[in-house]
Ligand binder design. Structure first.
Ligand SMILES: Nc1ncnc2c1ncn2[C@@H]1O[C@H](COP(=O)(O)OP(=O)(O)OP(=O)(O)O)[C@@H](O)[C@H]1O
Length: 804
């Protein structure tokens, strides 16, 4: 059987194992996984794999009592079962699935013996060791940081015949030393060597994105200890990399259990932000605004990471965000270890408005193993080097299962720079291999960057689907139902198809980007993966395009002082501070208030900057118009605001008047409709509120599309030719979809409420502004955002119309 091409559930039965094939468990999301054998199948028997532990404590008991979890996640149970039966196991599972538990539970469940865990990063080991010790698991690590006296104690324990340590974490370099091989031989002879675990196993493959030469030598373990089980785990491996890992470790035999989880992280919202002319200052301002908007929606700060390629960018962006009142810190290998430890600690306790660090501007040094449950956003300030890197880094978000956002800033200028860099590194490796007369290095890094660029450039293929296909999940793009299962409007392409295409068009032509980049020296890079190289800071770099520099500085100044003529700019000091105070005073006792710094140093820029998500609370029109709110079928409770926010500005009053003229003031006749609201991953909004929200959206849709001034013309423009009965059904379906969209984008009732308000508002704009219907018509800057929202609604209505 060709295990790479097979993605169905295979039965791990005696027959299956005996035919000499590897056993593959690869479940596409739609398939229920049911048929792993129970222990009675004894898959490990023919192998005569020896297990040092003489008995086994109930794994479920360990899971609940030692680790404090109520049950297994994903395929953990199957993996743990296979492990205790002594199989070799290859685990490919998405970021945040809980891979560590798959080897920790069996290690603790064995009544004696040691599990050796190879891990590529000290920080990763430290985290896991500290976590296990908190759970009273006896565990040690053997690294360059282990003191000689500690080493002595560990070695003595391992050689004792009954080691108390259940797990030993070690770097690949240390594992392969003659000294440590000697220690393992002793363990082996005493039947105390239970298992080798290779964490982040993609590092073993030259085809992987993070190849570490030392990992390659791990193949020696199988040669030396042929009957000790091996478990390899990774979150990022294409089919070619999977095969390479299995072969390198020598586990390709018939006792291999291969568990491939679906890659999809359904709760992550992927967005690519296309930059027409890269402009560091406006990009930084955009990021600040993005974060503030998110805070406003959630009514409290949130944890996030901004990944930057260079250390200078980390320092600079972090300083900028701090200047705007955000609790931000840089994190890269150019900083002292003690500072990094403190930053990690502060960030780990931050993100809830009670102090600590909320956002870290980091190189990829802050990556693997970062496991904070409530990271709500990951921003890529510039293009990562590979699609695997992008997936790993975005994988830090939403590990609690709630929605989180991943924004990638993308420009063709940046692509040229990264390509130069990756190609340069590749050429160096080719030359080195030539010199040493060794085999040619793989082209992998170059290919992976190409895939990332294709991912970002595409405006057709759903981002979730693109990622999963890259990692080898077979997804037929024509199978709409299947595609929908991957993405419930949780990427820019599915959610804002037109907007995404429009924004993509604004990218520089490759030719223009090329001249921009070659006209000025390339910025330096030090992504903490390579040897650090000092470089000029990004925004201050004299090597940056000086003409552009002058222009954007001017723009930025204009934005920064606040454009008072722009009615949609409400992020001036008063608004921000007012909002924060409102949050506090209106706050139910449980609502955390913002840190002082945020109130005293309010954000002052934005102006015409495009906002990543809809601005909440931006219009008090709902209250003044009194249409939706007065409805007896259920109301959207409007959040009380500080007087400064409730008072409509002059323009808003005009807008309200306009609305009064445009809309029938008498209540409309809303036909009854049965609605079954979809259950989503967010259970935080109660069904009654969801029903109320649905009704509000539905009512406004009916007003615009069935009770507007020229209904027939409206439907012609919509391009949906159906009779009036069907029209109501289409609108109800659209309301249904829009409500679900709002739900899937929010994790708090307040966020949900504000998003529903924004949706109702967007429908209203469709009824009021004819220009918005003409896709070729460009909005005035002050209307841009509301037009985009309205066009998104239009797209949803069209979609449900097309289904009829
Ligand atoms: N059965 C479970 N129930 C609840 N939470 C769990 C369970 N198993 C693991 N977790 C939690 O899931 C989080 C992620 O676990 P872990 O760090 O092992 O993920 P991972 O798959 O290694 O991710 P990555 O590859 O991104 O590092 C941890 O906080 C862990 O405590």
């Amino acid at each position: 059987m060709d295990w790479d091409s097979d993605c169905d559930v295979l039965d791990l039965t005696q027959d299956n194992v005996a035919d000499g094939s590897s056993s593959v468990l690869h479940t596409p999301p739609a398939v229920t996984y049911t048929n792993l054998p129970g222990p009675s199948h004894s898959a490990s028997k023919p192998r005569e794999l020896r297990r040092a532990g003489s008995g086994l404590v109930d794994c479920h008991h360990i899971l609940t009592k030692t680790f404090g979890h109520a049950g297994y996640k994903g395929k953990q149970k199957e993996i743990v079962d296979a492990a205790v039966r002594g199989a070799d196991i290859f685990v490919l599972a998405p970021t945040g699935m809980g891979k560590s538990l798959c080897f920790q539970v069996p290690a603790v469940a064995e009544t004696h013996g040691v599990t050796i865990v190879v891990s590529p990063l000290l920080a990763l080991m430290k985290n896991q060791v500290a976590g296990l010790r908190e759970k009273n698991v006896t565990v040690a690590s053997f690294t360059s940081e282990t003191s000689p006296s500690e080493k002595k104690i560990i070695v003595r324990d391992l050689a004792s015949g009954h080691p108390v340590n259940r797990l030993l974490y070690i770097t690949p370099e240390k594992l392969c030393t003659p000294d440590f091989m000697g220690i393992m031989s002793t363990l082996y002879e005493q039947h105390e060597l239970n298992r080798l675990v290779v964490d982040e196993a993609h590092c073993i493959s030259e085809w992987g994105h993070d190849f570490r030469a030392e990992y390659r030598r791990l193949g020696i373990f199988r040669q030396k200890f042929p009957d000790v089980a091996i478990m390899a785990l990774t979150a990022t491996a294409t089919p070619a990399v999977q095969q390479d890992i299995i072969q390198s470790l020598g586990i390709q035999g018939k006792y291999l259990v291969k568990v491939v989880h679906p890659f999809n992280r359904a709760n992550l919202f992927y967005e690519v932000r296309y930059l027409s002319t890269p402009n560091p200052m406006s990009q930084m301002a955009d990021i600040a605004d993005y974060i503030f908007t998110l805070y406003e929606r959630r009514e409290r700060p949130s944890s996030g990471i901004v990944y930057c390629r260079t250390r200078a960018s980390c320092d600079e962006l972090s300083g900028y965000l701090r200047g705007k009142g955000l609790n931000s810190r840089p994190y890269h290998r150019g900083l002292p270890p003690a500072t990094l430890d403190r930053t990690l600690k502060d960030w780990t306790r931050g993100g809830d408005g009670k102090g600590g660090v909320d956002v870290v501007c980091a190189t990829i040094a802050f990556g693997l193993g970062i496991d904070k449950a409530d990271v709500r956003y990951i921003i890529h300030y510039d293009l990562p080097k590979s699609l695997e890197g992008y997936y790993q880094e975005t994988g830090r978000a939403g590990r609690d299962g709630s929605p989180a956002k991943c924004v990638l800033y993308y420009s063709r200028e940046d692509v040229i720079r990264v390509k130069r860099w990756v190609n340069g590194s590749h050429t160096k490796r080719v030359n080195a291999a030539d010199k040493a007369a060794g085999p040619a290095p793989s082209q992998r890094a170059v290919d992976s960057l190409t895939s990332l660029v294709q991912f970002a450039e595409s405006t057709e293929i759903c981002r979730h689907v693109a990622i999963c296909r890259y990692f080898g999940e077979p997804i037929d793009l024509k199978d709409e139902e299947l595609v929908k299962k991957y993405c419930n409007n949780m990427c820019d392409i599915c959610r804002y198809p037109d907007k995404t295409k429009r924004r993509h068009k604004s990218l520089s032509s490759e030719e223009h980007a090329g001249t921009q980049v070659s006209a000025y020296p390339a910025r330096e890079y030090d992504d903490d993966d390579e040897r650090p190289r000092a470089g000029p800071s990004r925004a201050n770099s004299s090597s940056f395009n000086n003409n552009n520099d002058a222009v954007w500085r001017k723009d930025f100044r204009n934005n920064a002082v606040g454009n008072n003529n722009n009615k949609r700019t409400r992020s001036d000091a008063g608004d921000r501070a007012g909002f924060f105070k409102k949050t506090k005073s209106a706050g139910s006792s449980g609502t955390p208030s913002f840190g002082k710094s945020l109130v005293t140093k309010p954000f002052q820029s934005v102006g015409n900057l495009k906002k990543p998500f809809k601005t909440p609370f931006r219009t008090p029109v709902l209250t003044t118009e009194g249409e939706v709110e007065s409805d007896s079928e259920g109301e959207l409770e409007v959040v009380e605001r500080e007087p400064s926010l409730v008072e409509p500005e002059e323009e808003d009053e005009e807008e309200t008047d306009q609305l009064r003229n445009d809309w029938p003031s008498s209540p409309i006749d809303l036909p009854d409709a049965e609605v079954q609201l979809d259950v989503s991953f967010s259970q935080k909004i109660d069904p009654a509120s969801r029903h109320t929200a649905y009704t509000s959206i539905r009512k406004m849709l009916h007003k615009v599309f069935l009770h507007g001034s020229d209904v027939e013309e409206t439907w012609v423009q919509l391009g949906v030719a159906v009779d009036s009965e069907d029209r109501a059904v289409i609108l109800d379906e659209a309301a249904h979809a829009l409500e679900l969209d709002a739900l899937s984008m929010c994790s708090t009732p307040a966020g949900y409420e504000s998003r529903v308000e924004a949706t109702v508002d967007a429908v209203r704009v469709l009824g009021r502004s004819s220009g918005v219907w003409d896709i070729n018509k460009v909005a005035k800057p002050e209307e841009e955002e509301e037009w985009e929202d309205a066009r998104t609604v239009l797209e949803v209505v069209r979609k449900s119309g097309r289904k009829r």
